[in-house]
Design a protein around this ligand. Sequence first.
Ligand SMILES: NC(=O)c1ccc[n+]([C@@H]2O[C@H](COP(=O)([O-])OP(=O)(O)OC[C@H]3O[C@@H](n4cnc5c(N)ncnc54)[C@H](OP(=O)(O)O)[C@@H]3O)[C@@H](O)[C@H]2O)c1
Length: 229
Amino acid sequence: MLDIQGKWVLLTGASRGIGRQVVGALADGGCRLILHSRKREHTAALVADLRARGLTVHALEAELSDQQQVVALGEEALRISGGIDILYNNAAIQADWHEDKFATIVDEYRLSFQVNTIAPITLCNLILPSMIERGFGRVVNITSGIKDQPELMAYAASKAALDKYVYDMAPHLAGTGVTMNLLDPGWLRTDLGGPQAPNAVESVLPGAMVPVLLEDGSCGKWFSAQDYR
Ligand SMILES: NC(=O)c1ccc[n+]([C@@H]2O[C@H](COP(=O)([O-])OP(=O)(O)OC[C@H]3O[C@@H](n4cnc5c(N)ncnc54)[C@H](OP(=O)(O)O)[C@@H]3O)[C@@H](O)[C@H]2O)c1
């Protein structure tokens, strides 16, 4: 397993839910952390706890529906770290449930694709070249196993587009020391997943760390966190 002690991480959506769980595992591994949320105050208590443990932690805020803020987030993370080792694209929004299976809510598609697809792809495209230059990197993009639910199509389609990015970019990372994979967390009780989800948020670990810790060169693969419980 990879030793992540001292590795620089940018993780989006660190304030709650799955992101917060993954932060715990990265902190236990001794990473240096750049934690994103929409507002710094959303990660303030977490940052204080982690700093009290002696960890290096920075908090950045960005509204991922605003492309300028996405770019600024990536650039600031690179400036702070001098080079990101682990990019964990976790933040996303869920579309509303539409009983009308044939509804095309244009604004919802636009917002879902900006936050769930364009923002993580932008961060990948900003950070991957420096990873390749330095010969090391781990990128994890959180996807979803959602299927056969046209009532949530804006969300589902935005995740499928992110999957396509990972699958088509992965061959171009061969031999670089950089890997990029997808992580399906399973249906979990979070603000996004809702209270009716069958799994506790804690069940995302240890699976969510597998694509970070693997040293077998796995790239362009789909990992299901619930397989590792
Ligand atoms: N929960 C599930 O059942 C489930 C299933 C499959 C896939 N997923 C995926 O897992 C990931 C995490 O989901 P979760 O359930 O942990 O979600 P969550 O509890 O709702 O947390 C969402 C996180 O993303 C941030 N965020 C939300 N909207 C944002 C925006 N417009 N701009 C910037 N940041 C934003 C939030 O920051 P603030 O606190 O600042 O708002 C928060 O940290 C997502 O990619 C989701 O699609 C979840």
